[in-house]
Design a protein around this ligand. Structure first.
Ligand code: SF4
Length: 363
């Protein structure tokens, strides 16, 4: 049976990480001199929605203790303005703290990518960070949080950060879930750890923090994600991304097929993105029929940025939506309505543009 461990962190993340590795049977993965790439979820949006630096430091120190040669913390953030991404990394003090833990931080966007063409379920051409492909060992280290399209964004989804910036949006257009599964056939982390110290519910960027104080670890990303989902009240067999990944042979996602060891603690029921929207914006009508995840993410961003300035309470996005006359329409899928409706152009529209539209600042 695939083994997944749950470990309480407390005050000593370094000791907790080592214990998580031992419990999950990951402590013989690294050989002396290996090049290890640690892949956090450092999205560049904000610190709260990123893997904690504590967990990353602990992973760096553990890898060094295992005899790793070069230890790299690598991430390709969300394709935002470079200044915003750099400000987020600076706020974390990422470079200095990673260096103090015996590793070096690399923004994959500044590095070489290996090109793949014509692969099933993927955009016609994608580029994957060479450092990730050529690592002896990848430690996949996402934050535990919910997601508007995938329900959660954990180990399987986290590998999207190995792509070139332009590929990330292309993934949304071809179908995010099958594309992410196909990516996992190419990039294969040997160690998978969910940072569930301060997890996020309600939204994947601006949600509420839930202190769970746990690491969830194992060799198989699908099994680790399954246990992560169960910890936040989701039945992993109801999570489409895990079902697809399991069908593709990437791992098991039924809890009865996973040996869960350590300190499971009580699962907590997390608020999912759609529930959060309905609760926070009860006056808002959203027709998102046929919308892809990129447009949904822009809407979430826009709602957050607009805050109390929002004037609009009817929004439509996606190719099958049927906007009413007063509806604000988002994105080029609904361009047939542009001549008659207030609208935001783009594919996807930017979060800031959506916020302006929500504040009534577009004709
Ligand atoms: S307009 Fe929006 S829903 Fe349509 S493809 Fe572009 S991002 Fe997706």
């Amino acid at each position: 049976m695939t083994r997944v461990s749950i470990t309480t962190v407390g005050n000593d993340a370094v000791a907790a990480f080592a214990l998580a590795m031992e419990r999950s049977g990951c402590d013989d993965v690294i050989s002396r001199g290996d090049r290890v790439v640690i892949k956090p979820n450092w999205n560049g949006v904000n610190v709260q929605s990123s893997t904690s630096v504590r967990a990353v430091e602990a992973a760096c120190r553990w890898a060094r203790d295992q005899g790793a040669g070069d230890v790299i913390v690598g991430e390709g953030p969300v394709p935002l303005a470079r200044e915003r991404v750099d400000a987020s990394f600076k706020e974390m003090d990422a470079e200095a703290r990673v260096a103090a833990a015996g590793a070096r931080f690399v923004n994959f966007d500044d590095e070489e990518h290996v090109i793949f063409r014509g692969k099933p379920d993927l955009p016609e051409e994608i580029g994957i960070a060479r450092l990730a492909l050529e690592a002896d060992v990848i430690i996949n280290l996402p934050l535990l949080k919910v997601h508007s399209c995938c329900l959660t964004t954990l180990c399987v989804k986290n590998l999207k950060g190995c792509l070139r910036p332009e590929d990330k949006m292309a993934f949304h257009r071809v179908g995010l879930l099958p594309a992410v599964v196909a990516l996992n056939q190419i990039v294969r982390p040997a160690i998978n750890v969910i940072d569930a110290i301060d997890a996020m519910e309600g939204d994947h960027s601006h949600g509420g923090i839930v202190h769970l104080d746990r690491l969830i670890a194992g060799r198989n990303p699908v099994a680790v994600d399954a246990v992560g989902c169960a910890q936040i009240g989701l039945d992993p067999t109801d999570v489409p991304l895990l079902r697809l990944a399991s069908e593709a042979g990437l791992g098991v996602h039924g809890l009865d097929e996973i040996d869960v060891v350590g300190a499971p603690g009580e699962p907590r029921q997390f608020e999912l993105v759609q529930d959060h929207l309905a609760r926070k914006y009860p006056d808002l009508t959203i027709d998102e029929s046929g919308a892809c995840s990129a447009c949904r993410a822009s809407l979430m961003d826009g709602l957050y940025i607009a805050g109390k300035t929002r004037q609009v309470n009817s929004i439509a996005l996606g190719s099958d939506a049927k906007p009413q006359p007063e509806t604000l329409v988002l994105g080029k899928c609904l361009r047939e309505y542009w001549p008659t409706h207030r609208h935001i152009k783009g594919c996807p529209p930017s979060g800031h543009a959506v916020a302006q539209g929500l504040a009534g600042e577009v004709p």
